[in-house]
Write a protein that binds this ligand. Structure first.
Ligand SMILES: O=C(O)c1ccccc1N[C@@H]1O[C@H](COP(=O)(O)O)[C@@H](O)[C@H]1O
Length: 228
């Protein structure tokens, strides 16, 4: 089970996540977010990270050229598009570097997910004008349907208290945690980071033990360095 911790604004938080086993860290380049980090600051943080940690840039409705510029400047491995970007917008990037955030509300929304040219879907919950970071749970029943067809990152309101149940019920490829490991928006709590990663490792190890022989989930890694 892969894990991403999102909304990094401070070096100590990023290193705590990396040292405790996070596979990927997210940097939010959406100016209206309380977790916004400038490209200059993100670059500073990123260059001090252990090389094996995957760096994900989170964008909301940013012009394509600006996303490309920030990606090159900061050395981002993957791009998480979390706004109203269209499939045509997405096609201006290699699909291998894209994570598309989606918030389907019912089964009827599922066929449209086929249109996204991306490496993985990230299931989140939108709340009014807020694009993400709401701390609200996503729809786990739809998540089970989605993960049968696509590499899925489960997101939305995950925290040390509910992530074990989320993994047992949804069995996603990866999980993404953000406000659930904070003491206030943009300020992570290293104890909560340790707790959430510990819970992910324990739950996924128990799941592996119970899996019948021959039930391989494949070796697909979402958080790896993609070739453009
Ligand atoms: O965190 C934000 O402020 C944010 C703003 C705009 C787009 C995405 C944002 N965060 C993403 O939201 C999900 C879920 O967050 P939470 O766990 O419910 O707090 C996560 O993938 C973040 O990448």
């Amino acid at each position: 089970m892969e894990i991403k911790i999102c909304g990094m604004t401070r070096l100590g938080d990023a290193l705590a996540a990396a040292e405790n086993g996070a596979n990927a860290l997210g940097f939010i380049f959406y100016p209206r977010s309380p977790r916004y980090v400038s490209p200059e600051k993100a670059r500073e943080l990123i260059r001090r990270l252990p090389p094996e940690v995957i760096r994900v840039g989170v964008f909301v409705n940013e012009p394509v050229e600006r996303v490309k510029e920030i990606r090159a400047f900061c050395g981002l491995d993957l791009l998480q598009l979390h706004g109203d970007e269209s499939p045509d917008y997405c096609r201006q990037f290699p699909s291998s570097v894209l994570i598309r955030a989606v918030s389907p509300e019912s089964e009827e929304d599922l066929p449209s997910l086929e249109t996204w040219p991306c490496r993985a879907l990230l299931l989140d919950r939108r709340e009014g004008a807020l694009y993400g970071g709401t701390g609200r749970l996503s729809n786990w029943e739809l998540a089970v349907r989605i993960r049968k067809r696509f590499p899925l990152i489960l997101s939305g309101g995950l925290n040390p208290g509910n992530i074990g149940e989320a993994i047992r019920r949804v069995v996603p490829h990866a999980v993404d945690v953000n406000s659930g490991v904070e003491s206030s928006p943009g300020i992570k709590d290293p104890d909560k980071i340790r707790a959430v990663i510990g819970e992910v490792l324990r739950t996924s190890a128990a799941g592996e033990e119970k899996r019948p022989a021959g039930d391989e989930r494949g070796n697909y890694r979402i958080f790896s360095r993609a070739r453009d």
